[in-house]
Design a protein around this ligand. Structure first.
Ligand code: FES
Length: 99
């Protein structure tokens, strides 16, 4: 089942949890990104341990940093694994996620 989130409920630089899909949404510069709510380093949840710093999603468990736009790891000394992206499409004023 797809999950719909009103884009107006998303603030730039905040992590919006979508527990039904074990996912998070992050709005950055008007774009909405969706990722699995699990850090690629050692599986901490971004919904509990994540912060957005500029263009990076940071996991405070071990301070892994990931580029929100590309998903790429910015701390290769911790992990070379990228964020796991989830498909999200915009329909009107809603972001629609599906896994
Ligand atoms: S679990 Fe996220 S940086 Fe280690």
């Amino acid at each position: 089942m797809p999950v719909r989130v009103r884009i107006g409920d998303l603030a730039d630089g905040e992590i919006y949890p979508v527990p039904e899909l074990n996912a998070i949404l992050v709005k950055l510069g008007g774009e909405v990104h969706a990722f699995v709510d699990q850090c690629p380093h050692a599986n901490c949840n971004f919904s509990l341990n994540g912060v957005v710093e500029g263009d990076a999603l940071v996991c405070i468990c071990h301070y892994g940093r990931f580029d929100i736009r590309t998903g790429r790891s910015l701390t290769p000394e911790l992990t070379g694994e990228p964020l796991k992206r989830i498909g999200v499409r915009i329909e009107g004023d809603e972001a629609v996620l599906e896994r």
